[in-house]
Design a protein around this ligand. Structure first.
Ligand code: SAH
Length: 260
């Protein structure tokens, strides 16, 4: 069966067997693992993975792909014709192991999807994504670099991050304009940081990075005085990109206490 790629679903199918093998090597699937694949497509990851695990769930928005995968399915494959951005993991995790997630994600939904999954992190063990290289660079960026920002910080709060390998555009069909990188995110089981209020933390990070060229002293001038900066031991002349995650935690906890 020949299925044409639909741009609106961000379809770039993986056609390079070496890359499929590298993905499986990274996943190290065990027979008792419960997997969730986002966007099965024509099955380049789905079909070899279903041979190795006891349960593979696939969420795929395109009905044509679901029909195609149905013809190849073994009885450990559960197909869901749904939008992954709205998918509730509880549907598949009741009384089971923590989920392992994998996906060659459509680039247009990758960031919101990662945030959607992070909200359900208590049900997840690890996540593996093929992403635009530029997005992975931002996820793994260190403080003091141009790419460090909201994405790096929010993912650091919940995950250990490992950029695994880069993938050339030629490994996909149709050939995209960008390079990709495969990344592994291990959900941290213990809280690395003691954040008093996660919503406040997220808001603060978003707020200061919406003015990333401004010093913290300037962007927070309505809520922080010099003495407040002294209390949290943060130099108000710094820009947000110079602040470690732990300093953002300190700042957000301080503001939370101040406004309680
Ligand atoms: N895993 C396949 C396909 C990757 S292309 C491969 O590696 O070859 C991305 C896939 O995600 C497509 O099959 C597309 O239909 C699907 N997709 C796009 N948006 C989606 C969404 N919101 N929810 C679920 N699947 C989606």
């Amino acid at each position: 069966m020949i299925l044409s790629a639909k741009k609106k679903f961000g379809q770039n199918f993986l056609v390079d067997q070496n890359i499929v093998n590298k993905i499986l090597d990274t996943l190290q699937p065990e027979i008792n693992d419960t997997f969730l694949e986002i966007g099965g497509g024509t099955g380049s990851i789905t079909l070899p993975l279903q041979e190795k695990v006891s349960e593979l769930n696939v969420v795929e928005i395109d009905e044509r792909m679901i029909k195609f995968l149905c013809t190849k399915a073994k009885n450990n494959l559960n197909l869901f014709n749904q939008d992954a951005l709205k998918f509730d993991l509880k549907k598949i995790t009741e009384k089971k192991h923590l989920l392992r997630v994998v996906g060659n994600l459509p680039y247009n939904i990758s960031t919101p999807l990662i945030f959607h999954l992070l909200k359900q992190r208590s049900l997840i063990k690890d996540m593996h994504f093929m992403l635009q290289k530029e997005v992975v660079d931002r996820i793994v960026a260190s403080p003091g670099t141009k790419k460090y920002g909201r994405l790096s910080i929010m993912i650091s709060i919940f995950c250990e991050k490992i950029a695994c390998f880069n993938v050339s555009p030629n490994s996909f069909k149709p050939i995209p304009k960008i390079w990709s990188t495969f990344i592994k995110l291990n959900i941290s089981r213990k809280n690395k940081y003691n954040i008093y209020n996660l919503n406040n933390f997220e808001y603060l990070v978003k707020f200061v990075f919406s003015m990333r060229r401004k010093t913290l002293g300037r962007s927070l001038k309505n809520i922080m005085e010099e003495k407040d900066f002294i209390s949290v031991d943060i130099d108000p002349k710094l820009r947000p990109e110079n602040l470690e995650v732990s300093s953002f935690v300190k700042l957000s906890n301080y503001l939370y206490e101040l406004n309680k």
